[in-house]
Design a protein around this ligand. Sequence first.
Ligand code: MF3
Ligand code: CO
Length: 253
Amino acid sequence: MIRLKNDKQIDGIRRSCKLLSAMYRELIPMVKPGLQTIEIDRWVYDWIKKAGGKPAFLGYGPRKNPYPASICVSINNEVIHGIPGKRKIREGDLVSLDCGIDLDGFISDQAVTVEAGKAAPELRALNKATAECLYKGIAAVKAGDRLLQIARAVSAHAKLGNYGVVRQFCGHGVGLELHEDPQVPNYPHGSNPRMVKGMVIAIEPMINLGTGDVEILEDGWTVVTGDDKPSAHWEHTVAIFEDHSEILTDPLD
Ligand code: MF3
Ligand code: CO
């Protein structure tokens, strides 16, 4: 069931999104070689709490194995859902950050991939192309059109660079819960509802230097590329109105 949001609810989701992007603007310059990923998580937890929100990812998921952190930190061949820990960021790493805030019951979701220090040209190109995929997808958002237009736009752009598109994980409805209907794939498959006024969706291309195949590690969370090649991930929360769409999160690129 797709939960459509009224203007008041969208105002609340927008506030949550602006807070999340403000957090990222402080965090991104700190993502440098030598930083331990658990330090990122602690900083994010404290920042969100101080700002009056709740980390939306912390404790999310199955009761047996809930996500244990406030932010996902996924490095190089890790695609999404990397769990912060002792690992230190190294020069040239591609560091994908994915975080959400619950502010007064309104949920935001945004991801960005940061290059730590000076990254190799092929990694920089992958990262740039992935951000472009996100904006191509957003440009395809239009009330009255079908949702898989987004997937077509994202995958067509990825194809230009010969990149792999992750098909096993998707974007999603968001706003009142972290993961709502509909699924928002980056590759055309599955249900194809019409986009309508009041929908709020997270669009999040996960683009690989190699193939789009992925695996999940023993921890039950970390998604890695099947061929160990690097991956990038960018995400915005987007609201659909009758005659326009609005990116509720702020640009970080
Ligand atoms: N933004 C992530 C996604 O949509 C949410 C991470 S799942 C969590 O896939 F458990 F870490 F919260
Ligand atoms: Co998401």
